[in-house]
Design a protein around this ligand. Structure first.
Ligand SMILES: NC(=O)c1ccc[n+]([C@@H]2O[C@H](COP(=O)([O-])OP(=O)(O)OC[C@H]3O[C@@H](n4cnc5c(N)ncnc54)[C@H](O)[C@@H]3O)[C@@H](O)[C@H]2O)c1
Length: 315
């Protein structure tokens, strides 16, 4: 199957996700129209893309000569009409069902029949929500933040999405250096966000009942699953433990897990005090002696170092 017919992409919404998704397509050689209703946000998006590219250059992930070429491929607009030239549209506007529904309706009118429409929704069942004349060409591509660094993209097909559409998008994502995982059908939260949500119940149970501190929990996770998951994942690890042993452990009733969502006391307390995390200078940890951009840069540098290690080791 050829994917060379895809040359131009529209990314709708230039916020946290959209600016970075647009950057990835432009780095991959695609012409990109980045659309937002807010002109100032488009200017901010371009400056964020520029600074992201400079960080990647400093980390020797890209060449400095590629930066102007990438930037030249990104065209900003406040008019959705530019999507009439798109082969693929990525929707990255806020998680509001009504706005997404209206946007897909407009895109369906504006875009030619060949155009594939992809949503970055975190949990909305867009297949039930949006009405278009092209259900075989509608799917979900759920990117991970920040999209220019994190490889995973959840690809989800609806009941009427064609295999050709899924395969085309999967191959485009691979060409962009991403790791698409194609799900067999829609479920809110996809794979990792569901597992993360289950973990959250236990994390807050341990914190709220004083079994461990935030730092203890992070130290424990970083020094166990943090090291093991990249090598054996969360399913293959049972093959190493022995499936009979796994069954015995899972049947053992002594570990009773939190089986429903509760409102975590520790989290509520911190939010009430205005401790919202990195952006307010305090959360579970204290960041008040450093500025936010330094903290974010340090995190990104560590993420890039980790990615480089995984790439070298082909993990
Ligand atoms: N933020 C994350 O970590 C994350 C991760 C994965 C998926 N998502 C999903 O991605 C989508 C976007 O999230 P975000 O965090 O980037 O949101 P955001 O609020 O940062 O950005 C959304 C942008 O869309 C623009 N916008 C709103 N309505 C529009 C319209 N009709 N046409 C064009 N632009 C419009 C806004 O001006 C804003 O700049 C959501 O569906 C969200 O659930 C977010």
């Amino acid at each position: 199957m050829k994917i060379d017919w895809i040359k131009r992409v529209s990314v709708i919404g230039a916020g946290t996700m959209g600016h970075s998704i647009a950057m990835v397509f432009a780095q991959g050689g695609y012409e990109v129209d980045l659309v937002d209703i807010d002109h100032e946000l488009l200017t901010k998006a371009l400056s964020l893309i520029h600074s992201n590219l400079k960080t990647l250059d400093k980390m020797k992930m890209i060449s400095p000569s590629s930066i102007p070429k990438t930037l030249k491929r990104i065209h900003t607009s406040t008019s959705l009409e530019v999507a009439s030239k798109a082969d693929v549209v990525i929707e990255a506007i806020p998680e509001n069902p009504k706005t997404k529904k209206e946007l897909f309706h407009s895109l369906d009118q504006i875009c030619p029949p060949r155009t594939i429409l992809a949503s970055n929704t975190s949990y909305l069942d867009i297949f039930a929500l949006v009405k278009t004349k092209r259900p075989p060409k509608v799917l979900i591509t759920h990117w991970w933040a920040p999209p220019h660094l994190i490889p995973l993209v959840d690809v989800v097909k609806g009941p009427q999405t064609s295999s050709e559409t899924v395969e085309t998008i999967r191959r485009v994502l691979v060409r962009l250096g991403k790791t698409p995982v194609v799900m067999k059908k829609f479920i809110p939260g996809y794979i990792v966000n569901r597992i993360q949500r289950a973990m959250a119940r236990e994390i807050f149970y341990l914190l709220d009942h004083g079994y461990a501190t935030a730092k203890d929990i992070d130290t424990a996770m970083k020094n166990s699953l943090g090291i093991r998951i990249p090598v054996v994942g969360v399913v293959q690890r049972y093959d190493f433990a022995g499936l009979d042993f796994a069954l015995t452990v899972l049947k053992n009733p002594s570990i009773r897990l939190v089986s429903k969502d509760t409102i975590p006391k520790t989290l509520t307390h911190l939010v009430r005090k205005g401790h919202l995390g990195v952006r307010s200078g305090k959360g579970f940890y204290d960041y008040s002696s450093r500025n936010m951009s330094d903290i974010l840069r340090e995190r990104d540098i560590k993420l890039v170092e980790t990615l480089k290690f995984f790439k070298r080791k082909k993990l």
